[in-house]
Design a protein. Structure first.
Ligand code: SAM
Length: 250
């Protein structure tokens, strides 16, 4: 941790070359976003205070390295945007993209909007809703997510937001391959035609970012019942709760 001159915790800056290489001329905007995260992001309960020293390495740069995954000028919905990870980072890193941050909690959507206004970003909007409430109203090129649900449930929520031929890109970390195998049955019911695990940011961030990429034949069906309440799902919920406790999120 790095106290500033007043003793407050501040975010450890990335190595200049590393951040410059990843964010280029968008680095100043990213730094302004990190400053918001470290300040009102913490006081408003969007990010745990213990995350502050690692905002760059563990959160912002890990999200920024997936920016090359998107086609030029693609429309992208970030499901469960929370504090803007990865959606707001992508809007910063790729001004050609059009982002929709989908987040049901009002406290979070208000904070996101205030940060967007302060940064002057014009390629991102906030929608206060659950993903499933937007089925049939959004048809985007790509849907992203991080730390929202395990893969099967995430696919159920996200795939109906895609246009035919669109791509779901989920930041999944080391459990990517396991969840693909464990949730194969529900992915089949959702008409997933192609699956891949891709690594971004090798040699740029440690660890590099692992994403699951899903493509559907045509439109995915809208399944109203949440996926799974079996042992795997319960284990995932426990993992998510432990992670939230660790991060001190409310
Ligand atoms: C653990 S947070 C992760 C936030 C952010 N993606 C990150 O990586 O820090 C999960 C977020 O998903 C949101 N969420 C939960 N269910 C959702 C749903 N059905 N549709 C959209 N967002 C949802 C929650 O409100 C919360 O902000």
């Amino acid at each position: 941790m790095e106290p500033d001159e007043t003793g407050a915790q501040v975010s450890a800056p990335p190595a200049p070359d590393q951040a410059q290489q990843i964010l280029g001329d968008r680095l100043d905007l990213a730094a302004a976003y990190v400053a918001h995260l470290a300040d009102t992001g913490v006081t408003h309960g969007l990010i745990g205070p213990r995350e502050v020293p690692r905002l760059w390495q563990r959160h912002v740069l890990n999200c920024a390295v997936i920016a090359p995954a998107f086609e030029a000028e693609a429309s992208v919905a970030d499901v469960g945007a929370g504090a803007g990870l990865p959606g707001l980072v992508l809007a910063i890193a790729r001004p050609d993209l059009r982002l929709v941050l989908v987040e049901p909690l009002e406290r979070r959507t208000r904070w996101l909007q205030s940060v967007i206004d302060d940064l002057g970003l014009d390629n991102v909007e906030v929608r206060r809703a659950k993903a499933e409430q937007l089925w049939g109203t959004l048809a985007v090129d790509a849907v992203t997510s991080r730390a929202v649900a395990r893969l099967g449930e995430l696919a159920r929520l996200s795939l109906p937001l895609l246009r035919p031929g669109g791509t779901m890109i989920a930041l999944k970390g080391e459990r990517a391959t396991t969840e693909l195998a464990e949730d194969a049955e529900i992915l089949g019911r959702l008409r997933v035609a192609d699956t891949a695990v891709e690594i971004y940011g090798e040699g740029q961030v440690d660890p590099p970012s692992t994403v699951v990429v899903l493509r559907v034949d045509g439109m995915a069906p809208q399944l109203r019942t949440p996926v799974g309440s079996g042992p795997a799902q319960s284990a995932e919920k426990k993992r998510a709760k432990r992670a939230q406790r660790r991060q001190g999120r409310r």
